[in-house]
Design a protein around this ligand. Sequence first.
Ligand code: 0RA
Length: 677
Amino acid sequence: MAKNMNTADDGVARERADAPARLQVVPPGRRDRAGGRGRSKARDGYTAENIQVLEGLEAVRRRPGMYIGTTDIRGLHHLVYEVVDNSVDEALAGHCDTIEVRIGADSRVTVTDNGRGIPVDLVKATGKSALETVLTVLHAGGKFGGGGYKVSGGLHGVGVSVVNALSEHLVAEIRRDGGRYVQEFRRGDAQARIRKVGDSAPAERGTTISFMADRTIFESLAFDFSTLAQRFREMCYLTKGLRIRFVDERDDRDYTFFFEGGIVSFVRHLNKNRQVVHARPVYAERQINGINVEIALQYFDGQTEAAFFFANNINTIDGGSHQTGFRTALTRTLNEYARKAGILKDADSNLTGEDVREGLTAIVSVKLAEPQFEGQTKTRLGNAEVTPLVAQVTTEALTQYLEENPSDARRIFEQCLRAARAREAARKAKDLVIRKSALEGMTLPGKLADCSEKNPDLCEIYLVEGDSAGGSAKQARDRRSQAVLPLRGKILNVERSRMDKMLGNEEIRAMITALGIGIGEQMDISRLRYSRVIIMTDADVDGSHIRTLLLTFFFRNMPELITGGHMFIAQPPLYRVQSGKEIHYAYSDHERDVTVAEFAKKRKGEVGIQRYKGLGEMNPEQLWETTMNPATRTILRADVQDAVVADEVFDMLMGDQVPPRKKFIQTHAKSVRNLDV
Ligand code: 0RA
């Protein structure tokens, strides 16, 4: 025990005041990518030359955007992911099976794991304890403690020191080697040396990081439960046997995620509300040349594809080498089997990639020591060596499955052949519709209230749920720059309907003509008539369903709208809180409570709360003020992740309509279906 105490003490070489400035060279190209708010804390000695030299974590505080992208809610969530990713790494290395994430009533976040505990002994290179090094030196993560522990990285791998820099207060507690060690930080600065505060039993081993995000940096500390829960759920699917408990003390929610079946549970979950073609997902896991490959797939009787590709638990939405390997193997294996089994005759043409991906739900997850993430958003896997490995695992697993389950194989091929025939029919129908609308000369839909401005850069369009809200929006809008298109009722569920049927739908055709870019092969994003397309739906279950449908439609048919950053979601307020003459609009339950408390403190007398169930309950002035006025509104840009998450399954599970607040979401036996509800 005494020895450990010593090493811990040795780790703290100097107090902060006399520590030398650690200089970090920021490459000029990255300097101005700040998504932050340009907080200028210029100090003597800083000059704006080509190469900017900043001191340690101060660089992070000066330009948070460079490290976490933005200082809005996404940046805020990034802090949580960063800390949790480290614990998940410990789980991936096989040393941890339980993580607890807790959001306090005051929005403090506490992440606890039962891993080995971050080492507390001295790191020679920094003269500090390993713990303090990880928390105060940029990019220090994984550079100690032996290679191989850190498989994640990529998107979130900026290091937990970034979290420390952007927290007004952070406490680390380490339980290892029989001791309990604590160190405290404020805005990245250690407040004292690491100290031993007690003993720990082996069963208590682990790390706890508790942080209060810095209110002077982040726009708000309103963590979104669903977004975080979705991420934790995904992490648990991708890490078999990992348990993540997520407690939100702001409104007393307590969920535990655990999936014994790993990505098989994931596939079952995605197919939960679908009619599956074969009962048991095809599954394989192999470790080849230090690369772990895991695939699971199951067909359902639909027309869409739900295949997701992960590298080190990161959702690589732009695909990459693992996707290539999987797709090639899927098409080739199915065609080879079909020929051999006489399902495809010599005269038949092969099934295309599209044919074999119709009605396919699949998860491909690879884990490798040195992932290369490419593309603008670093969401495409580059490692070429992964392609043949994924192809090999897919081919072997699928071939074996087809041979052992010939009747399932029949049904899968029937589905693929149906897809091939339907595709041909749809192509003909689509050509017809497109030619027809071309002949009609692109007349704008009658329901569209267009704006007078013609320059698309200055124009936006609101897609509004319901004719009555549409009417309010038409009165409320800025006629010069804002167009309004009301959409009646439930537009049809694009996931379940075919392209030809979809194009026959009046609401959908109105959207297509209003946006001006066409659809399918003829689509041309440069003809977009509005630079912002804003979905505005009621803040209720139906509204969220319609938003989901719209996002799904755009995601599948005009993905450039989303990837190009044109797609937005309006944020109407949930409550109107009034006391005397003072009115405040609250956009969350939490904000409502805070406002009520503030009003109550300021003056006695009644505080009135109105809950807005729909946009229709606001008059045009209120709608303008709260939701449409570019100067005062908040709109959220939809990214591809949102579109992927636009999954009815998730809403059903997590939505406010689920009464029990405490949930255990888990599967125990692979043979029992749908326990993950
Ligand atoms: C490297 C080495 C060792 C532990 C960790 C990293 C570690 C890091 C984090 C971050 C959050 N939770 C964590 N748990 C563990 C220890 C190596 C050893 O004890 O031999």
